[in-house]
Ligand binder design. Structure first.
Ligand SMILES: *[C@@H]1O[C@H](CO)[C@@H](O)[C@H](O)[C@H]1NC(C)=O
Length: 363
């Protein structure tokens, strides 16, 4: 699948032809998972009933480090080992297929896939077995995110999909992950990485706590209600800042600074205000804009080509933004796996399909 390594160039119609040609359908042979057995850490409480996951995935090929990555020794790296790239991603039944494709894409395009350590945020620990049997030798830990942590902080939103408690797990990475982890890349479940993630990992953050591609031409006003802007006590939070919209689906986070300043509490403070006064319409995004807007380390836009999910209008397909592409993000209401299954895909959904490991045979 070397073709996609060349994806960094300007996206063109010619590239699309390459992508859609039949040869690209030839995926490495994948082994069907028959048993799901895993000897790793188990967060389940003894005696707790764990239902079998209704989803089944093919086993991904084994991804190994290139020579220049240096030797990791014979044992798997431990989470606190230096030199690892840490990636956090949520796993839930609804988006599982997307999360698995995202992990697959990261491994496939890494020069040093064995040096990537995944941190899976779950509210259902039975998914751990599934990940372990889908990706042989994957370095990962699973963190149980208790929905009760945010239940009382979530207000009813116009878009129910944004109100899944697991969406808020990114607020708590600094607490959930091991204290030895100083930096993490957070990734949403509806994206694929088509470049070496170690490049994103090496982002120069300067003095900033989070890094993300910023969109300063977007109308920032619309992310908050009129009553927010007319209340100077609240909107004054932006005085002296020049906030731009950024998408919280791809972020590089300095966990050391986050813990030191206590940003989790700051985010929670805005969520509490939202419960009382309704200062925004969306879910987990606006508190990040409130806390970090104008203080974000800019990352190249290639690392979040977002909006590919399109909107609710039937048949609305989005195109890529101009410029190079390192990450494609199907944010918005449409998801490529749903559209592909319904045989009404958008053209760019064909780029997601090669990373899909879902096994239809088990449906
Ligand atoms: C930005 O959005 C607000 C609220 O929707 C609107 O009132 C304003 O006119 C918009 N500004 C621009 C420059 O489009």
């Amino acid at each position: 699948m070397l073709w996609i390594l060349r994806f960094s160039g300007v996206f063109s119609a010619a590239m699309m032809m390459v992508v859609l040609s039949p040869s690209f359908q030839s995926l490495p042979p994948a082994e069907a998972i028959r048993s799901a057995h895993y000897d790793g850490p188990d967060l389940r409480k003894a005696g707790e009933f764990v239902p079998r996951s209704p989803l089944s995935f093919r086993r991904a090929p084994e991804f190994t480090n290139a020579e220049e990555c240096g030797s990791l020794g014979r044992t798997r790296p431990r989470v606190c080992d230096p030199g690892l790239v840490h990636v956090a991603i949520t796993l839930d039944v609804e988006y599982l297929r997307g999360s698995i494709a995202a992990v697959h894409s990261v491994l496939q395009h890494s020069r040093c896939p064995e040096s990537v350590f995944f941190h899976f945020l779950v509210s259902d620990t039975s998914l751990e077995t599934l990940v372990a049997s889908t990706f042989p030798n994957l370095n990962f830990n699973v963190y149980y995110f208790d929905a009760d942590m945010v239940k009382d902080l979530i207000s009813t939103s116009v878009r129910q999909a944004l109100e899944q408690p697991l969406n808020y797990a990114r607020n708590y990475l600094a607490d959930l992950l091991e204290p030895c982890i100083g930096r993490v890349i957070y990734l949403d479940s509806d994206l694929i990485v088509v470049d070496d993630i170690s490049k994103l990992w090496q982002t120069d953050m300067g003095t900033r706590t989070i890094g993300a591609p910023e969109y300063c031409h977007a109308n920032f006003t619309k992310y908050f209600t009129g009553s927010f802007w007319s209340n100077k006590r609240l909107s004054g939070t932006f005085s002296g800042r020049q906030p731009c919209y950024f998408n919280t689906g791809v972020m590089v986070i300095d966990l050391v600074k986050w813990r030191r300043v206590g940003y989790t509490k700051r985010i929670e403070k805005w969520m509490e205000i939202q419960k009382r006064e309704r200062i925004y319409e969306l879910g987990s995004l606006p508190p990040f804009l409130l806390v970090f807007g104008g203080h974000v380390a800019p990352i190249e836009h290639r690392w979040n080509q977002h909006g590919l999910g399109g909107d609710n209008v039937r048949g609305s397909c989005r195109d890529l933004h101009p410029g190079p592409v390192s990450l494609l993000h199907w944010s918005g209401s449409g998801k490529p796996w749903i559209r592909l299954d319904s045989k009404r895909p958008c053209p760019l959904d064909a780029l997601w399909a090669p990373y899909d490991l879902y096994s239809h045979a088990h449906q």
